[in-house]
Design a protein around this ligand. Sequence first.
Ligand code: SF4
Ligand code: SF4
Length: 124
Amino acid sequence: MSEKAFECQMCGECCYGEGGIFLQEGEAERISHFLETDIKTFGEQYCEEKNGKVYLKTGADGYCIFYAKDKGCLIHPVKPKRCADWPFYRANMEDPDTWNLAKQACPGINPNCSFEEFVRQGKK
Ligand code: SF4
Ligand code: SF4
């Protein structure tokens, strides 16, 4: 059996940084439901709007508002698709150079796995 192309090491690196996580259709409802709050409160407390898109806020520590140092993602079961899809983004699957950059940023991407195998597993 081939090696796993990706296994999250929970380092939190991808949860750090200013607002890159936008919500897609239905995600605000799904996360609000998980948090047992209403969508208006969820929007006010955890989101901000930029250029017509809704993004998760960044906390004072520079991490996503839902990132907790010892626990990781506090909304893991319902996290946005943008987070759930990582690292199998189209750009990483189409361009080996982009995939190489992603490997430098994310210790969960297996450095011993070939690009072809990464793509194969990402398409599953
Ligand atoms: S950077 Fe990679 S290994 Fe670290 S938390 Fe994000 S997905 Fe997991
Ligand atoms: S929603 Fe979860 S996985 Fe996504 S950036 Fe925030 S803490 Fe990280």
